[in-house]
Design a binder for this molecule. Sequence first.
Ligand SMILES: [Zn+2]
Length: 175
Amino acid sequence: MLLEQILAANVKFCAQYIPQQLSPNPRRRLAVLTCMDCRLSGILEAAMGLDTGDAIFLKNAGNRVLNNEDVVRSLAAAVYELGVDEIIVVGHTKCGMKNIEGTAILQQMVKRGVVTGLKPAEIEEWLGKIQDEETNIKEAVQQLQSSKWLPKDLSIHGLLLDISTFRLKKVVSGY
Ligand SMILES: [Zn+2]
């Protein structure tokens, strides 16, 4: 079972783990909002030149802000409690959230006993379907800039990661 494999891997890991004295306050005073895509796991930090303890990473489906209070709540904690003063929204090409198809999702839900009463277009909206990755990044940056919970003195940027080459492209500079 997967859980047992993970626990076994953890025993091996801990045998050679050297405890680090890190502050919960990110050294680079940075928070990154990115996509939950598994292809970014364990590599995006390196692609951005960031080490453990440098930055806070928030992830969700499609690096969206929407009316997602939880993104803003976490960023508020990062800013007011952990000293963050820059935020980067990192989107990526070939995001799975572009392919969301409301009818298929609803079929899956019904098949598995979940009844929402929503129409396909509504379920796409609820899941946060992305039309265009670059536009989505600009929108997220704009939503954070205009959030009533966050101060106006933050630098909020947007980057687009090419999932094939891991090259980052500047979409929005908050300076
Ligand atoms: Zn994605």
